[in-house]
Design a protein around this ligand. Structure first.
Ligand SMILES: C[S@@+](CC[C@H](N)C(=O)[O-])C[C@H]1O[C@@H](n2cnc3c(N)ncnc32)[C@H](O)[C@@H]1O
Length: 433
């Protein structure tokens, strides 16, 4: 077979399939080069130092991820990140350099992050149209295509008119498992369905559904073997009828029908025209929560709600575009993180993920723990955050965790065991005097 060609030159296998960019080798090397950093405890900025299971790491996340390899290999259940969407700062070759800088930022961090995940762990990455293609290719290389779980679409905005052609309302959340075979997705609690009737014998509520077919293929001529008589409570025979004159058919064969009647799962209701036969559909048993799968489409969480929560906590806008609390809560539930599972966010910004972990724990009694990583990136001197006294993003993140913890304790009864503390560890340089 003839080799595929680019510009008339035959390509090798690797060249055809490998996603690459200028700087890929250096990026891989960056992930594997040991650093000479260490974690310096900062008790005075921490909360409940002695008892908390949560961590706040201050510094570059590449260093943090390397340091965590020694302590948290294969131990994180869920990672969420919301990286800067494109941070190319070298404008020499504007377009290509910008893309390759972004890839070089992400590749070593994704490599290191994957090795922190547990076998049943999962990673979610927020991204928009600009880098979603590159991110998918990188993630496919790092996690393997078979561990791709979903590209979730989040419609968070209203109709903005600042786009060139169409108003863009959505962004994505890519989801990859460490091992898709081992990952079991969380499920969403179903809105309580209405089960208006009560079966005193079985002590359970139920609703009813016709035992005969309706809609297409519901005539006797469609399924002649499903047209047969059954015995009503008054010993008369009942046939499946679509109307007084038109013959229909049952939804089950004779054998199944007999079994359901015997099991008390069929209800006979008499009206002026005769007997109507229903299947009884029982609601969940007490303590048994009905669930359904989460979907890859999220359209009921408004992007602006992230800022509203921060404004409520700080009385002003101290961080641009924080992610909504409800969005991160949903991702944690989708990841199936429960009990005392660990959740990591290494682009933590205003620490929405830490807030979401505490909020969920307050709601369902879980003991999930978080690790936040954030660069002490200085705030703009003209910003509201700086004017309010927060000189870098870490100061905003830590203060948010403190305030959110206090608010949760004030608003929820019976959560004395809720862990709202965190240990601050600052990444430091061995070479410093
Ligand atoms: C888009 S924001 C995250 C916002 C966050 N999801 C929230 O809801 O507040 C990305 C954050 O990553 C931080 N960041 C960028 N590069 C980093 C690095 N190398 N190490 C740690 N944090 C970094 C930035 O300072 C910024 O606060």
């Amino acid at each position: 077979m003839e080799k595929p060609k680019r510009n008339g030159i035959a390509l090798d296998r690797e060249e055809r399939y490998e996603f690459t960019w200028p700087g890929r080798q250096a990026a891989i090397l960056e992930a594997t080069t040991p650093n000479d950093k260490f974690l310096c405890p900062c008790q005075e900025e921490s909360k409940h130092w002695d008892t908390t299971g949560n961590l706040y790491l201050e510094g570059d996340n590449l260093d943090a991820l390397k340091l965590l390899q020694a302590t948290h290999l294969n131990s994180i259940k869920m990672i969420y990140i919301d990286p800067p969407y494109n941070t190319g700062k070298d404008f020499v070759y504007r377009d290509t350099r910008q893309h390759s800088d972004w890839c070089s930022l992400m590749y070593p961090r994704l490599l290191l992050a994957r090795s922190l995940l547990r076998e049943d762990g999962v990673m979610f990455i927020s991204i928009d149209d600009h880098e979603v293609d590159n991110l998918r290719r990188m993630a496919h290389q790092i996690f393997g295509e078979s561990n791709f779980v979903a590209q979730i679409c989040w419609k968070g905005r209203g109709g903005r008119q600042d786009s060139k052609h169409f108003a863009v309302l959505h962004e994505y959340i890519l989801c990859y498992a460490k091992n898709a075979v081992r990952f079991q997705a969380g499920e969403e609690a179903k809105q309580t369905a209405v089960y208006p009737k009560y079966d005193a014998q079985k002590k359970r509520n139920y609703k009813t559904q016709l035992a005969r077919k309706w809609g297409s293929n519901s005539r006797r001529s469609d399924r002649p073997n499903l047209y047969y008589p059954i015995l009503a409570p008054d010993n008369t025979l009942v046939y499946p009828m679509l109307s007084t004159t038109e013959e229909g058919c049952w939804r089950w064969g004779r054998e199944r029908m007999a079994k359901e009647i015997e099991g008390g799962n069929v209800e006979f209701v008499r009206n002026e025209k005769g007997w109507i036969v229903y299947e009884k559909i029982y609601g969940p048993l007490a303590g048994e929560q009905a669930t359904k799968k989460f979907t890859t489409w999220i359209d009921n969480i408004n992007a602006g709600s992230g800022s509203a929560v921060l404004k409520q906590l700080f009385g002003r806008n101290v961080f641009d575009y924080p992610k909504p609390l409800e969005l991160i809560k949903r991702l944690i539930l989708m990841s199936n993180a429960a009990q005392d599972d660990l959740i990591l966010d290494f682009f933590s910004g205003s620490a929405t993920t830490a807030h979401a972990v505490m909020q969920l724990n307050a709601e369902d009694g879980g003991r999930r723990r978080f690790i936040m990583v954030q660069l002490p990136e200085p705030t703009d001197e003209k910003s509201k955050a700086y004017i309010a006294g927060y000189q870098n993003i870490c100061e905003i993140g830590k203060e948010r965790i403190r305030r959110a913890g206090e608010l949760l304790k004030a608003n929820h009864n019976d959560i004395s065991s809720l862990d709202t503390g965190f240990r601050v560890l600052k990444i430091d340089d061995n070479s410093r005097p």
